[in-house]
Design a protein around this ligand. Structure first.
Ligand code: MN
Length: 191
């Protein structure tokens, strides 16, 4: 089975000024493409040749895990963005966020603290468990919460390649800017 690049639902410059065209060209066009290419090369002749990304995230190790998870994580990440996003969660998700974190602003502050504090490369996730409880979890490198039985709802990529073109070393500024393009309608659909 050949894994393919996700199609972006927006133009490469549509997320400006928060995420530039150049960042999308490199992050989507080169980094993600490399993970997809690596994965397609690595699975040939292995038990994962016809496996889904989710199956590899839960069962594979080493290079196959890393490239399958990075393909899934980036596909999920880029599909959460919109140039005209629903700016805040509503309905049941909003209720769950208010219950767990106190308010949407308190949730954002907690998420930013966690994402800024992740040492090295990784991903900060909003997840729900089997009982529907929300949490914010950090995963290093290619880590994905599916491996721990959690359901990913939203994510920010805090690898330097995600923000260095636009924000240089200022990870916290890039996290704050990313809120402007996260479409909470999509997050609600996953909840
Ligand atoms: Mn990335």
């Amino acid at each position: 089975m050949k894994h393919t690049m996700p199609v972006l639902a927006y133009a490469q410059d549509a997320l400006e000024p928060h995420i530039s065209r150049e960042t999308i060209e490199y992050h989507y066009g080169k980094h993600l493409q490399t993970y997809v290419n690596n994965l397609n090369n690595l699975i040939v002749g292995t038990p994962f040749e016809n496996a889904s990304l989710e199956e590899m995230i839960c069962k594979a190790e080493g290079g196959i895990f890393n490239n399958a998870a990075q393909t899934w994580n980036h596909t999920f990440y880029f599909s959460t963005f919109s140039p005209a996003p629903q700016a805040e969660p509503t309905g049941k998700l909003r209720e769950a966020i208010d219950r767990k974190f106190g308010s949407f602003d308190a949730f954002k502050a907690e998420f930013e603290k966690k994402a800024t504090g992740l040492f090295g490369s990784g991903w900060t996730w909003l997840v729900k468990d089997a009982a529907g409880n929300l949490d914010i979890v950090n995963e290093s490198n290619a880590g994905n919460p599916l491996r721990n039985g959690l359901v990913p709802l939203m994510v920010m990529d805090v690898w330097e390649h995600a923000y260095y073109i636009d924000y240089r070393n200022r990870r916290a500024d890039s996290i704050k800017a990313t809120w402007n393009v996260i479409d909470w309608k999509k997050v609600e659909e996953r909840f």
